[in-house]
Design a protein around this ligand. Sequence first.
Ligand code: XIL
Length: 537
Amino acid sequence: MSLAFLLPATSADASATLRTHASAKGKFIGAALATSPLSNETSYRNIAATEFSQVTAENAMKWDATEPNQGQFNFSGADAIVNFATQNNQQVHGHTLVWHNQTPGWVQSLGASAMRTAMQNHISQVVGRYANNATVVSWDVVNEIFNENGGWRSSFWYNTLGQSFVADAFRAARAADPNARLCINDYNVEGINAKSTAMYNLVSSLRQQGVPVDCVGFQGHLSIQYGFPNDLQQNLQRFADLGVQVRITELDIRMQTPRNATKDATQATYYRNVVNACLAVTACAGVTIWGFTDKHSWVPGTFPGEGAALIYDENYQPKPAYNAVHDALAGGTTDTTPPTTPGTPTSSNVTSNSAALTWTASTDSGGSGLAGYNIYREQGATDTLLGQSTTNSTTLTGLSSDTQYQVYVRARDGAGNLSANSPPATFTTLSGPGGGGPCTAAGTVQTQWSTGYVVQPVTVTNTGTSAITGWTVTFTLPAGHTLTGSWNADVTVSGQTVTAKNAGYNGNLAPNASTSFGFQVSRPNGNTQTPSGYTCA
Ligand code: XIL
């Protein structure tokens, strides 16, 4: 055996992937992915899987893809992206919930009250779908709400609802997934200018009002012909000082085509500058490139005469820009020191499906900083990840009733180093479905037509004498009827039996209190039946 075999490969290896170097710095390096090449091209899949630690759906999570018709949700593209990311140990940033583009006409023509309800329902359904999925960690809640002069964009959102839609959207997203990081995102805000200052003032004022804005996204659609925003780092830092995370969300650096070596070199410098600015700001989580290969880029179709904006060429060969990103991420030292071991978790507020945990915090001395905690369930050979938290407490949800859980915690640092396991804690969830009833449910047919109907509200009432923390309503669809949409409940269908469990935000009911959900069904033409006999437990 040669000596070379005994030398450990370090993560600072010059030939290592972008994600290896980024992780060692406690940052993500991401790419926007499109569903079609992801399913059709091996080279696309291989690079996407190996080079990047973070993924954004280029189009698959936008409103026109996820809710083309009111109440009819389609997650096929979104799920394909999320599943790919899960398989490759990548995190997904959800893009985007409320935007003036790629939103169907039916939304744009609603009146104020209906538009607000549709927005809240859309957010609740789309964010709610991935709320318990550890891969999806953050969302662009609102996108591109400002004009270049710092005024509000006169979109149908603003024109119908005024400024209030922004706070309402963030609150709905927080309700749908209390653990997701919620971002506001825009372009031409990389430098300090009228537009970025308007965003700064809004984020500051929303946070003072308690609106849950956690993060600011700087798209980073740059062009070498307009110069580099040299105050990028300073701008990121002023937002960071408001207490928010910052990130570069849609980086591409276009040039007038055709490429040549000089333009490639300038482009590489711009890429390096962006990565270095993020590395220099502790609160910058990472950089997402808007695609990665010039073969699939929105630039030539959007900016006539410009292109070649990404880090791989059209044949999947790395360009100078790739090396610039690689070398910037690889510079400096590598954190290989794990955080200290967290304390024994203590459980409280145990219900039939949830439990709160708190533990003594860890510290990290390796340089990348404490990033958060993973909570695992001990299960013989393989332990399962029950949840993640950025603080030293969490509420586990989605637990099974009447079940003993033995759990432990590991701390994570920014470079991905995991601490040793904390000592375990054991608790047993309460018995009874969804928090213990008794309750009743009654549905009202709101509207019907020859081939379908909407039942709204299905009113769920706590008829007991103590508070409940969850409910499950079941009912049977007549033969031939198919559920096409639902809101304000987590709904599953098995044969003709529909099971609707409370959503994250409407499970708690005091005695005599009510909440409601709704659903839409299609049925054979001429059939006039609707469901009856709702049971609640
Ligand atoms: C673009 C996609 O790249 C294109 O495929 C699509 O046709 C239009 O949208 N700002 C954003 C992104 O927030 O969603 C946009 O993505 C680019 C500008």
